[in-house]
Every structure is written in C-alpha cells, then in structure tokens.
Design a protein around this ligand. Sequence first.
Ligand code: F0G
Length: 405
Amino acid sequence: MADHKVICWDCGAEVDDPYVNTCPKCNGLLTVKMDLEPVKEMRPQDLRKEKIGVWRYAPFMPVDPSHKVSIQEGGTPLYRTDGLAKEVGVSEVHVKFEGLNPTGSFKDRGMTIGVSHAKELGAKVVGCASTGNTSASLAAYAAKANIKCAVFLPSGKVAAGKLAQALFYGAKVLSVDGNFDDALNLALKMADEKKIYLLNSINPYRPEGQKSVLFEIMDQLNYDVPDRIILPVGNAANIWAVYKAIQELKEVGWIDKVPMLTGIQAEGSAPVAKAFSAGKKDFIPENKPETIATAIRIGNPISGRKALHAIYDTGGFSTTVTDEEIITAQRLLGRMEGVCVEPASAASVAGLRKLLSEGVIDRSERVVCICTGNGLKDPDIIMENSPSPVPCKNSVEDVERILGS
Ligand code: F0G
C-alpha cells in the first residue's frame, strides 16, 4: 500500500474520520492524496509481473493488499474496433469493455478497493444507493468479505439483471420511493448516523480503484496515449477517477501527453453536459431526470464539479445524446463488433458519432470509448428493440421457408 491521506478537494483540509463523506470544515468533496514517491523509482514494466487487473496497480492504491477482497476484477479487453471506426468515420477506435468484470460492470474496480478498505476498518454493515450496478457489485464484494450489506434502489427504475444480482448475492434490497437522488440522500443519512459504511463513489476510496481502468488502457496501448477517452457520465465519479489516474501517471513521469476526457450524458438527464455548454464550473441539479439508460438517470451528480474540472483541464468536451442515438449505438456495437453493452455504456459510442458529425472530434483522432456495463443486465431494452423470435414448426421445410424469406 502506498502512503496516502484523505483531504478535502475544495479546501485541502486533512480528514481522518473514515466515516465522514464530506469535509467537516467546508462540506467539500473528499479525495485521496497518494504519496507516489516510491513509484517514481519504478517503470511500467515492473508492474507487469502481476496479472493484469486492479491489483497490478497496488502501488497507486490506498489499501494494503493483505486485506484484499477480490473476485478478479479488471483485466477487461480493449478491443480495436476497426469496423466501428470505419462506420463512424474516425481513424482509430478502441472499446474498453467493462461489462466483462465479475459482476458485469466497471463498479467492481472501485468495490474491490472500497470493500477491502471497509474490511480494514472493521465495518459491520456496508451500504450504497444505486441505479443498479453499484448495488450488484457491492452485494457481491460484501458477500465475499462476509459483511452485511444494504442497498437503496429507486423503486421500479432498476434494470432486471441488476436487481436480480443484488438479491442473488444476499444483500438487503430496499426499494425506495423516489429516484436515485432520493435514495442517495437516504443512504447518506444512514451513513451520517454511522449506521452503515457508505460505499457510494462519494467515498474517496471507490474512485481509487476505478483509476485502474485508465492504467489498464495505457498498459494495453503500451503507453501510446490516445487523443481522447469518451465515457458516460452519471453520478460523475468515473470520469474523475480516470482524470486522477492520468494526473498520477504524469506525476510519476510515465506519460507526458493527456487524453481529452469527453463525458456523455443522456439528453433527459444532463446537468454536467449543460453546465459544460454554458461554460460553468458547477451544475444545476435536475429534479426529474429521465432516460432509458437507467444507469445514468441522475439529476444531482455528487461528483459533478469534479467531472467538470476533469473535462476542462484536459481540453475535453461534454454533450448529450438522445435515447434513440443510444439505442442505435448499442445495436451498432452488437451487429458490427459482437459486443453487448447496456444503454448507458452505448452513450460513449453515441457521443463519438455525434461529435464526429459536429466536427468537435477530428477524424484523424485515436479514440478510446469506455463501455461501462454488460448488455445482459438490461435484457428488456434489447428485446424491445430487436425483432421477435420467429415461430417455427419442427420441420426442415419450415426452417428453409423462414431462412429463404
Ligand atoms: N455506466 C454505467 C453502466 C453505470 O452503471 C454508471 C453509474 C455510469 C456509467 C456512470 O458512472 O456515475 O461514475 O458517472 N452507475 C451508478 C450505479 C450510479 O448506481 O450503478 P458515474
């Protein structure tokens, strides 16, 4: 474990109570400051002795591997998707497919670190609010760590696969009357009373694990830094985690170029993208966020200010895509590349298409799209947007009739 401290991102105050989620002095957002001096003596190759995955990057992580709670997260493929690149008209696209993590989303990266830290602290009950993936992931890691788990879900708005996972791994599943933002407020109240150890991404240890997606992308590209990384934005911690990882690689001297971070939101749920187009550093919360991409159906993104900083500081961009553009991109990934992602994840590819057509992204760029979750999490959306199975008699003639038509 690297030495580290938790500090306030806004006022810089050091915070040592692991149960507080905002700065006791100014109510600002917290972050982890890593001591990377030892890593400056190392080279990327030194880490390659460890299997690719979150724990390969342990020198960048604030948790001692002796407390490791792991189900082999990370190490997801980075596909070079030439068919997709040709279709959208850009020189090079890679898709980092996070749907192949143990519970089917990038959340496992943050959870292995978050739950390992919870174990280190001796937490008795862990909890989170979630649009689905965070709860599925926390439920699995809590099961592995043998810690009690409660998840707060917006009633009726969680994709079937994700709900099934949380139930299956044995979490106490609370179906909260309200949207994600309401569920998070309730979870925060429980955390303030120290009734649960909160593992939403407001907990600064979660983004630390999520940094590993960027470390892997660089490893897989042999540190040939891409021009741009595009990812969906919901509660806005993942884009911040990717940014933090970039800053740390710069600090240790492993990269000198910075990819432009590009955050995509759904049109009906877009506080960050709207703030970006208005040139603002802060966002205005939305009361009634709506999109078929339920994973990013969030009106009051807790790390929204950090996300905006990440986008501005890397010369990146933020925009919205419609539900229709999301579905088109989702199908494109399936039909051209054999990759099945959930709607929120397809937002990155939808954003790429849109920004190419608007000339914001140059056609000569090398781009990485992070596809955050597995399409099987939300089969209802796929069924709604696919042709129905064809009724077929148990006869060769009938098969020929159908295939011939
Ligand atoms: N993609 C997927 C598949 C997600 O589940 C989420 C967030 C995001 C993108 C956005 O990431 O919040 O860091 O900006 N899902 C959370 C959850 C909110 O509860 O599962 P973010």
